[in-house]
Design a protein around this ligand. Structure first.
Ligand SMILES: *Cc1c(COP(=O)(O)O)cnc(C)c1O
Length: 369
């Protein structure tokens, strides 16, 4: 019998029977967007869940990045990582700022703090790291460097929903942090995102920026954008929040099965497990050493595909190798050896709530063979 295709992820969907009454309520209220009832409820409930004070909902996870740079009036050059989803660097480009890539840590894939200082110039104003796969960056060292050189820090925390370090939300670090609630993420509002800030004034400013800069009916205080979340997605998001803990538990179980099943396979490496972290198990990246494993990452990717199993090469190609950015001095592959190696070795295996043990066992057996 043909097996159903197994994709790298599958969206967490709320119960449709619970969603319909909320839709009816929205129809009755006739208030569809612009900080409506469900929008306010979701901001409040997310703050409680994430254990943070100030969060502004956005219509996706890219516009909070663009807006964060605007809110802090970042200019000149921004130091960032090439090992991420392309939106991280695009946000810098959209602000007319020059991205400066630095290499990553081989164990975690996160920005290597040892490489930051050498990349600082008189034009540098900020650092934009990513907590890749939801694994916290070395936030203390990055803060120290930023403080020493008077730089701002914006974390792209698109992968880090619910992640804590030493019991504290990872979103508390940096001047601002951004989240994505895209359908493929651990927690989704179909499309959506948020910008996490640290004072009522900062949140107010961000809320103006996401609504064209309007600070009142007739007052525009900044050249803002339209990045508002609507009531329908906010209501959907409230329902999904109720099941995200159970989804994270199921993801954890899958990670345990993969680690047990593949732990002894020669030439396969996992990301380093950082201590004292409440993980969200957003992805299960594996790194294939062709010489030791006896097969290249791409061959394994194709082999899985031929069995109807669809891993994803996150993050390949490296952002610095895309046509838009590869002309930059900092994008030269010989300056980013670790990131280039990880991009050539990585394959993320299927992981999502509802993926069965027998499917994981089948994936493990194919990889072991
Ligand atoms: C998903 C993602 C984004 C962009 O989020 P969207 O909601 O798709 O706009 C930004 N950065 C990283 C690292 C991501 O994975």
């Amino acid at each position: 019998m043909e097996k159903q295709p197994i994709t790298v992820t599958s969206p967490l969907l709320p119960d449709l029977n619970e969603f319909i009454p909320l839709l009816k309520d929205i129809w009755n209220r006739k208030w569809l967007t612009n900080n409506g009832f469900y929008h306010k409820e979701l901001e409040k409930t997310l703050c409680k869940y994430l254990d943070i004070e100030y969060l502004s909902l956005f219509t996706n996870g890219t516009l909070p990045l663009i807006t964060a740079l605007q809110a802090l009036r970042i200019t000149g050059e921004v130091i960032t990582t090439p090992y991420s989803f392309v939106a991280t660097t695009h946000a810098i480009w959209w602000n007319g700022i020059k991205p400066v890539f630095v290499d990553v840590d081989p164990e975690t894939g996160n920005m290597n703090p040892d490489k930051i200082e050498a990349a600082i110039t008189p034009r540098t104003t900020a650092i934009l790291p990513v907590h890749v796969y939801g694994n916290p960056c070395d936030v203390e060292r990055i803060k120290k460097i930023a403080d020493t050189y008077g730089l701002k820090v914006i974390y792209d925390a698109a992968h880090s929903f619910g992640v804590k370090i030493n019991g504290k939300s990872i979103l508390e670090y940096g001047d601002l942090s951004t989240l994505s609630f895209h359908a493929t993420k651990v927690y989704n509002t179909i499309e959506g995102g948020a910008l996490v800030s640290h004072s009522p004034e900062q949140k107010q400013h961000i809320d103006y920026l996401k609504n064209f800069g309007f600070a009142g009916e007739t007052t525009v205080v900044a050249p803002g954008i339209n990045s508002k979340m609507d009531e329908i997605r906010a209501a959907y998001g409230l329902l999904n929040l109720k099941q995200v803990d159970s989804a994270i538990e199921q993801r954890k179980h899958i990670v345990e099965l993969y680690r047990r099943g593949l732990g002894n396979v020669k030439g396969i490496r996992f990301i380093k497990d950082i201590e004292n972290v409440r993980h969200n198990y957003a992805y299960f990246p594996t790194f294939i050493n062709e010489r030791e494993y006896g097969m290249s990452r791409d061959s394994l990717y194709e082999k899985l595909k031929s069995q109807n199993i669809f891993g994803r090469r996150y993050f390949y190609p490296l952002i610095s190798n895309f046509a838009t950015y590869r002309g930059l001095e900092s994008a030269a592959p010989d300056k980013l050896p670790v990131a280039n190696r990880l991009a050539n070795e990585v394959i993320c295996l299927p992981i999502y709530a509802g993926l069965g043990d027998e499917d994981i066992e089948r994936i493990i057996q194919i990889i072991k063979r």
